[in-house]
Ligand binder design. Structure first.
Ligand SMILES: Nc1ncnc2c1ncn2[C@@H]1O[C@H](COP(=O)(O)OP(=O)(O)OP(=O)(O)O)[C@@H](O)[C@H]1O
Ligand SMILES: [Mg+2]
Length: 458
């Protein structure tokens, strides 16, 4: 059965309203008409249509103004604008304000019908995704590891195998690369999945507190210990304990941890009773533990015990194929969380994301997209909704400006002058950092050095 939609038609020209009413009634829909923006808003509120078709140029309140009010009250109702002028700027502005799409008058009816079909289909899909998303986030506390990178896929495969064992795992990698996510993936895919997953940040607590957090204490073990308290080694029993920032663990505690790993037993602070514990231990750090061992900052025997299996997620800049995938994922996630219906990234937004080196890795990308989703009022994320330091990635001079100043020279001279200018801008944007500049320009550092010399850039 074909679906019947309530379609709000807004146009100050009676002939347009009459024509569209006839067509849509014949197709089994229920058209409602308004002749200016103000009346449109009244009907919009009273009747909550499924979709709105609206002229831009109208008396009282124009289409752009009415659109803005509609987007604020019912974001999920798509609005298609009709414009008599092939003014691309108005149309782009309309998209930015949240219009689903626009048609230029005189329009092709079949095209308009197809557009309505697409808008309604998308709306239904979005509603379904939102429902699924809610159901999913209720049943799992962790996101799946998403990747298109062969190296990361290898790591995911390893994760599945490792989950079946009980071996200790060491996860090292830059901040925000997904270390905690990997630890959760191991836990929730392991036979311990029903047991607790507990994380402690070894760098966040002073030594004495960290010690009592991990081992627990008996009543009166120290001033302030008024009751007996279980530590994490007990609470994580039959589950997984993640020691985050393990490189920050004080020396004295490293010795005590080693014993827990070897004997699987310990005593609470101030206690004499030996307690057995059955935990899987995962340690994570963004420091180079092997180097710390060499410098005597980390115990070698503990390092070997933790490092039974070593996983190392690579930085995001070394897997650019993941940027678009993860950006889309975060777009959906934060869109659903914020009750928005953003569906895509503008191509220039994606270009910026893909050329930025992401020192904060996946977390930084996630934060950038969350911010953009919150700032955006439309269906598409535009570059100016990204954090400012990201927008600077695109700050290269427009080619025509450069070429204008150089007319009269050969093509090669022009290209060279333009190349020089691009390099200077990229260097400035990256605070003179050559490694980063080369990366942004997509050339090797050697090639960049060569060009710096050739163009005598300091
Ligand atoms: N491959 C991925 N797929 C989906 N989400 C990811 C992926 N990698 C990281 N994330 C998400 O990015 C955020 C940062 O990841 P996580 O906390 O695991 O990083 P981390 O390496 O532990 O960072 P830090 O060193 O700062 O503690 C989390 O929200 C995580 O869910
Ligand atoms: Mg972490």
């Amino acid at each position: 059965m074909k679906k019947s939609y309530r379609i709000l038609i807004v146009d100050d020209e009676e002939s347009v309203r009459r024509m569209l009413t006839t067509v849509f009634t014949r197709d089994g829909h229920q058209p409602i008409c308004a002749e200016d923006g103000q009346q449109a808003l009244e009907l919009f509120e009273q009747q909550t249509p499924d979709i709105v078709l609206m002229d831009i140029r109208m008396p009282k309140l124009n289409g752009m103004e009415a659109l803005q009010v509609m987007r604020q009250t019912h974001q999920s109702i798509p609005v298609i604008l009709m414009t008599a002028y092939a003014a691309v700027e108005t149309a782009v502005e309309a998209l930015r304000l949240g219009a689903f799409d626009y048609v230029i008058k005189p329009f092709d009816l079949d095209e308009l019908k197809m557009m309505i079909g697409r808008a309604m289909q998308l709306r239904e899909m979005k509603q379904e995704i939102n429902l699924l998303h809610r159901a999913l986030s209720d049943s799992y506390q962790w996101d799946r590891i998403l990747t298109n990178s062969p190296k990361m896929m290898e790591l995911c495969k390893d994760t599945a195998k490792i989950a079946q064992s009980n071996a200790s795992v060491l996860i090292t990698g830059e901040s925000g690369t997904g270390k905690e996510l990997i630890a959760k993936a191991i836990h929730y895919n392991s036979p311990r999945a029903k047991g607790p997953f507990i994380k402690i940040n070894c760098g966040a607590l002073p030594e004495s507190l960290l010690e009592s957090e991990l081992f627990g204490h008996e009543k009166g073990a120290f001033t302030g210990a008024q009751t007996q308290r279980q530590g994490l080694f007990e609470r994580a029993n039959q589950g997984t304990l993640l020691l985050d920032e393990v490189g920050e663990m004080p020396h004295n505690l490293q010795v005590k941890l080693l014993r827990v790993l070897q004997e699987r037993e310990f005593e609470r602070l101030g206690g004499s009773q030996t307690i057995k514990t059955d935990i899987r231990l995962i340690a994570a750090t963004n420091r180079n533990l092997a180097a710390m061992v060499e410098q005597g900052e980390f115990r070698q025997d503990l390092f070997y015990r933790l490092n039974v299996i070593h996983l190392s997620p690579i930085p995001l800049r070394e897997r650019p194929e993941d940027i678009s995938l993860l950006a889309q994922h975060f777009l959906q996630k934060f869109s659903a969380e914020n009750g928005k219906e953003i569906v895509e990234l503008d191509p220039s937004t994606l270009t910026i994301l893909e050329s930025y080196p992401w020192p904060g890795n996946v977390r930084e990308l996630s934060n950038a997209i969350e911010r953009a989703v919150i700032m955006s009022t439309g269906f598409i994320i535009f570059p100016d909704e990204l954090p400012e330091h990201l927008q600077q990635q695109l700050n290269v001079p427009h080619i025509s400006e450069t070429v204008h100043t150089l007319i009269g020279h050969t093509l090669k001279e022009n290209l060279k002058a333009y190349e020089r200018e691009l390099i200077c801008t990229a260097l400035a944007n990256n605070q003179g950092n050559r490694v980063q500049t080369a990366r942004v320009l997509g050339i090797s550092r050697r090639a960049l050095m060569y060009k710096l010399q050739e163009y005598r850039i300091d």
